[in-house]
Design a protein around this ligand. Structure first.
Ligand code: HQG
Length: 178
């Protein structure tokens, strides 16, 4: 079992389906580390050292330990309703959203919707957006006029791993050419 596979399983548990291992997250998305290890390791090998390695080396810094090291949570990406105490901030003037080309027509019509997640995910650089888009097939990049949205009263949040989040991007704030 590679670290990446274990990390993907942790994402499933900490963002979407803690019940898959009989775990409960608190209202802020935290799981007890010892309990997580105990429950996950019934399905695949996991010890504290491996978990610490995953948290430290994850290329998107997806997870955080609490200050005392007893709790762990995903930094963003949840579909279950938890409050991970996101920082509400003024966004850069422009953000990017990478998606699959096959979704473009629907996005032009409806704007960006959050689908199963709590927020629409936006990137501050094009390269990251392209990588996000590739997960869905041929990538397509939308430019989000986040400065204008913010001026119009829309709220923006930034997760501790640098992902920008907002509830909805109406089509009027989307552009397609650079
Ligand atoms: C699309 C990964 C049709 C949206 C990434 C996206 C990210 C629409 C898909 C994080 C639409 C949802 C999130 C509309 C939005 N019509 N399709 N109106 N509005 N969509 O996976 O943003 O590796 O839930 O464009 O790096 O792709 O998991 O969201 O293509 O940060 O840590 O609906 O997940 O991070 O797909 O990815 P997702 P996402 P991790």
């Amino acid at each position: 079992m590679s670290l990446k596979d274990t990390s993907k399983f942790l994402s499933l548990i900490l963002r979407h389906k803690p019940q898959a291992v009989g775990l409960e997250l608190d209202e802020h998305g935290w799981a007890d580390v010892d309990e997580l290890i105990r429950r996950v390791s019934r399905k695949r090998p996991l010890d504290r050292a491996t978990l610490e390695q995953i948290v430290a080396t994850d290329e998107k810094q997806r997870y955080s330990f609490s200050a005392d090291g007893q709790l762990i949570r995903a930094n963003q990406g949840h579909s279950i309703p938890v409050d991970v105490e996101l920082a509400e901030l003024e966004p850069p003037k422009i953000l990017y959203h990478g998606t699959g080309e096959r979704f473009a027509a629907s996005i032009r019509a409806q704007g960006l919707i959050r689908k199963s997640r709590l927020y629409v995910h936006l990137s501050s650089d094009v390269e990251t957006a392209i990588n996000v888009g590739r997960r869905h097939g041929k990538p397509k990049i939308f430019i989000v006029e986040s400065g204008r949205m913010f001026a119009d009263g829309c709220k923006f949040f930034r997760s501790v791993n640098g992902v920008w989040l907002t509830e909805h991007v109406p089509a009027q704030y989307l552009k397609e050419s650079f």
